[in-house]
Write a protein that binds this ligand. Structure first.
Ligand SMILES: CC(C)(COP(=O)(O)OP(=O)(O)OC[C@H]1O[C@@H](n2cnc3c(N)ncnc32)[C@H](O)[C@@H]1O)[C@@H](O)C(=O)NCCC(=O)NCCS
Ligand SMILES: Nc1ncnc2c1ncn2[C@@H]1O[C@H](COP(=O)(O)OP(=O)(O)OP(=O)(O)O)[C@@H](O)[C@H]1O
Length: 209
């Protein structure tokens, strides 16, 4: 296994509610710092591919109604069901979250062994409730004011207010993020460089660089 320059590579957790700008910040960290980024949403999609254990459990729980013509899980159909029904979302989470966390724990371990990047970033809306402090050195909160969030999600993804409200109901409140995270970044300004400057400062002050 390669042991390169980065002797103690820290792991940064990035969290925040839907549409806060987490992915936008991850792309910046990847490009500017060559950080390794791991997105729980993407890992979630991977562990639900056909023939996985999660896929089989989800199919037996929700039935054929959530499958697309190619037999893959149709996430739009599944999302419409679970974001409108907290019990069903909890059942889906109980299947998917342990697999996602295990995948991420292993990916972080492998990056630490290789030590080829300055730091690793793990991103998810649910880092706090899923106890990713076990994996991350710090968890930072990306905040966006509600008006900017809604404009951005409507324009970029065509989300309705109803869909945004359904997702937000299943995520932590602003006050919980602020209480539990080690650093808060405000991404409300459309001048995104302002956000990147906050990230640069936080990385220096919190010893990630
Ligand atoms: C419900 C699903 C099928 C909807 O898929 P879809 O492609 O339409 O949306 P996408 O995955 O991009 O999620 C949209 C946003 O919803 C929020 N979200 C997703 N899953 C959850 C959840 N379990 N609880 C609260 N919010 C969630 C996130 O902010 C996410 O970015 C999908 O999100 C899913 O499988 N979720 C359960 C697995 C999971 O929790 N993955 C990691 C999320 S942190
Ligand atoms: N400062 C900004 N100014 C203008 N638009 C922005 C800014 N930050 C992010 N956006 C846009 O807002 C939308 C949501 O951002 P992004 O996808 O990064 O959020 P997210 O937190 O990753 O969302 P999710 O919770 O669904 O994973 C995207 O279209 C993105 O381009």
């Amino acid at each position: 296994m390669q042991k390169a320059g980065y002797k103690y590579m820290k792991v940064l957790g990035i969290t925040g509610q839907v549409g806060a700008g987490k992915s936008t910040i991850l792309a910046y960290l990847e490009e500017k710092y060559r950080a390794k980024v791991i997105q729980a949403d993407q890992v979630g999609h991977l562990v639900m591919e056909p023939d996985t254990s999660c896929y089989k459990q989800i199919c037996s729980l929700f039935g054929e109604q959530i499958l697309a013509a190619d037999q893959k899980i149709d996430r739009k159909k599944l999302g419409a069901i679970v974001f409108a029904d907290q019990e069903k979302l909890a059942m889906l989470n109980a299947i998917v979250h342990p697999a996602v966390k295990e995948y991420i724990r292993t990916a972080v371990y492998l990056e630490k062994q290789k030590a080829c990047v300055p730091f690793v970033v793990v991103e998810a809306a649910l880092l706090l409730e899923e106890h990713y402090d076990e994996i991350c050195d710090e968890i930072w909160y990306i905040y966006v004011d509600d008006a900017a969030r809604r404009v951005r999600l409507k324009q970029s993804r065509g989300y309705s207010d109803r869909k945004i409200d359904d997702i937000l109901k299943n995520q932590q409140k602003d006050s919980v993020f602020r209480k539990s995270c080690q650093f808060v970044v405000d991404n409300s300004s459309d001048f995104v460089e302002n956000t990147f400057e906050q990230m640069d400062r936080g990385l220096k002050e919190h010893g990630f660089l």
